[in-house]
Structures are given as structure tokens and as C-alpha cells.
Design a binder for this molecule. Structure first.
Ligand SMILES: Cc1cc2nc3c(=O)[nH]c(=O)nc-3n(C[C@H](O)[C@H](O)[C@H](O)COP(=O)(O)OP(=O)(O)OC[C@H]3O[C@@H](n4cnc5c(N)ncnc54)[C@H](O)[C@@H]3O)c2cc1C
Length: 293
């Protein structure tokens, strides 16, 4: 059975898409992409697994670098059609496709505190859980209560403690666990204070990050005992350019798309940065975005 047969069987919309339009980097070639909905996501994921069809789950595409050309790979998107956000007491349960910032806004509107750190991370809930996204001293791990997911051909509920959440790591990366929804445990707070903190952190992002350019955020993980951006700057790599890809002059930890970057341009900048930093400082920089080629 093909991926198309499975999508047809469950009434899933699909078609050829330019992946550059589904990644924040704005890079990526043509691939078959299906749009999962709350009512069919689990069955479709289980069927794809059972048929051994290689696929990549994609949320907001804000931590993904996709190769150019015609891709022999199926992308399965979790977006608007699996993005319900429900509040019960101080818990928020949301679909994996919900934008993380929308969950933060909902929490603020309900005077629930805990998710302020996440405002401005351009993630889907599923992608944020997968990466254990974090910023400004907070991480998903601090507020995640449980995840409902497809795992081993069935729907399972995992408590956050079972997910091995660490710095930009979760068990979802090590095993084939696909998040369908997540529950966040927040605390009653003061709406004005929550708003003020969210605005403050958004202001810091605008000041420090090259948000006027397309990127996948920090291109390198923080190495133990150092900061990637500081190492890159120390090596004189600020502004290093290959084609349309460049080490941001505003924040050296970001590789940006200055307009018409190709996958090869981005990889050329990444490879040069890693090689130079290794030679000059001894640090091995690990790439943070998922490379899909
Ligand atoms: C301007 C900018 C700023 C950023 N700032 C931050 C920041 O402060 N902190 C931070 O941590 N990150 C940051 N990022 C990176 C990125 O937003 C996060 O890593 C985010 O968690 C990725 O979510 P996504 O939905 O875009 O995932 P995608 O890029 O769509 O996917 C990333 C990975 O998650 C997997 N995945 C997606 N959905 C699911 C699911 N439902 N179940 C299982 N696996 C899934 C994908 O298969 C893929 O392997 C930033 C990015 C940008 C562009």
C-alpha cells in the first residue's frame, strides 16, 4: 500500500507542496505532504508505520532544514486541523498542531502562569514537546503534565516524567513517538504580570534576534561550558556568507536566509562554521535543526 492509498482511505487532504513554503528557513524542494486532522491523525500514523512508509512529521517547520529538488519523502503536517485548545481549571490540553504562542495567549487570557517563557517560540505544540523547546530560563519540561501519542501501533498517554526531557531532547527523538496532544499544568497568576513578562521577552527577542530574516532560530546547540554564538563571533565568522545563507551579524548563533538561500548554501555555512570553530577553539558544534535530505 502507498501513502496515497492510506491518505485516501482516511479522507486526508494531500498533494505536492514546496517545502520552502512550510519551513521558517524558506528552504526545501517539492514533496508529497498530507494534512492531518484530529479525527484521522492516529489512524493515519499507525497505518504509515504498519506499511513501513518513510515519513517526516512536520509542525511549524521552524526547526527543520529540508533539501532542495524533488524529494522522495512524505511529509505529514500537523497544523490548524489538530489545534484545539481546551482549558480546565489550571490545565491546558491542546492538539499537537496548535501554535505554541496561541497556547501562551490562551494561558494569559485565563490568568494562568508558567508558559510566558515560550511566547515567541514559533513552534507547534508537538514540535515544542519533541525538542523540549526552551527560552529565558524556562523549558517545556517545567510545565508539561502529559502527552497523548501514537507509539508502537497504538495510542498511549505518557506522563512528562516518562519522556526523558532534557536540553533540546525528548524520548520522542529516540523512539518513534508521535505527539497528538499535550497537557500543560499551569498555576493561577496575575494577567497583567503575565502580559508584562511576555512583552518583555518578546522585546528581548526583537532586540537580539534577526527576526527580519528567515531562519530556524539558533542553528547550533549550546555546547557544554560555552555559548555557540560567542564561539562563532570569537572565530571572526559573523557575516560569513555562502550564496544566500549567512551567519547573522545581529546574532552569530543564527544562520539566516538573506533572500534566495539554497539548502547547499545553508549547509556550506554550517560546515564552514563547525570546521572553523573546531580548529580554533576545540569545540564541536552540534546542529540543532532537523536536517531532512
Ligand atoms: C526565529 C526563531 C526563534 C526560535 N526560538 C527558539 C527558542 O527560543 N527556543 C527553542 O527551543 N527553539 C526556538 N526555535 C526553534 C523552533 O521553533 C523549536 O525547536 C520548535 O520546538 C520547533 O517546533 P516546530 O513545530 O516548528 O517543529 P518542526 O520544525 O515542524 O519539526 C521539528 C522536529 O519535531 C518533530 N515533530 C514535529 N511535530 C511533532 C509531533 N506532533 N510529534 C512528534 N514529533 C514532532 C519533527 O518531525 C521534527 O523532527 C526558534 C526558531 C525560530 C525560527
Amino acid at each position: 500500500m502507498t501513502a496515497e492509498n492510506i491518505f485516501d482511505r482516511y479522507g486526508v487532504k494531500y498533494g505536492k507542496e514546496r517545502m520552502s513554503q512550510h519551513t521558517t528557513f524558506g528552504v526545501g524542494g517539492n514533496a508529497l505532504m498530507a494534512e492531518l486532522g484530529a479525527e484521522n491523525a492516529a489512524q493515519v500514523l499507525i497505518a504509515l508505520e504498519n506499511e513501513n512508509i518513510a515519513f517526516t512529521l512536520i509542525g511549524k517547520g521552524s526547526n527543520m532544514l529540508v533539501a532542495d529538488g524533488e524529494l522522495d519523502r512524505v511529509f505529514v503536517h500537523m497544523g490548524r486541523e489538530i489545534s484545539d485548545i481546551q482549558v480546565t481549571g489550571s490545565s491546558i490540553i491542546c492538539g499537537a498542531g496548535a501554535p505554541l504562542s496561541a497556547v501562551c495567549v490562551k494561558a494569559r487570557d485565563m490568568s494562568l502562569t508558567g508558559l510566558e517563557f515560550a511566547y515567541g517560540i514559533p513552534a507547534s505544540v508537538g514540535g515544542a514537546v519533541y525538542m523540549n523547546a526552551g527560552a529565558y530560563g524556562g523549558e517545556i519540561k517545567d510545565v508539561l503534565a502529559s502527552v497523548t501519542a501514537v507509539c508502537g501501533g497504538e495510542i498511549r498517554k505518557f506522563s512528562a516524567d516518562e519522556l526523558d526531557l532534557g536540553y533540546r531532547h525528548s524520548r520522542l527523538m529516540d523512539e518513534r513517538i508521535f505527539c497528538l496532544s499535550a497537557e500543560f499544568a499551569l498555576a493561577p497568576g496575575n494577567s497583567d504580570e503575565i502580559t508584562a513578562r511576555m512583552d518583555e521577552l518578546m522585546g528581548k527577542r526583537r532586540d537580539k534576534q534577526p527576526l527580519e530574516y528567515r531562519s530556524a532560530g539558533s542553528t547550533f546547540k549550546r555546547p557544554r561550558g560555552a555559548y555557540a554564538a560567542a564561539l562563532i563571533e570569537q572565530c571572526g565568522l559573523k557575516g560569513y556568507t555562502a550564496g544566500g545563507a549567512q551567519v547573522s551579524r545581529k546574532h552569530s548563533g543564527f544562520v539566516i536566509n538573506t533572500g534566495d538561500a539554497t539548502f547547499d548554501d545553508v549547509m556550506a555555512v554550517i560546515d564552514h562554521v563547525r570546521r572553523t570553530v573546531k580548529q580554533q577553539t576545540g569545540y564541536d558544534l552540534e546542529v540543532e535543526p532537523e536536517i531532512v535530505s
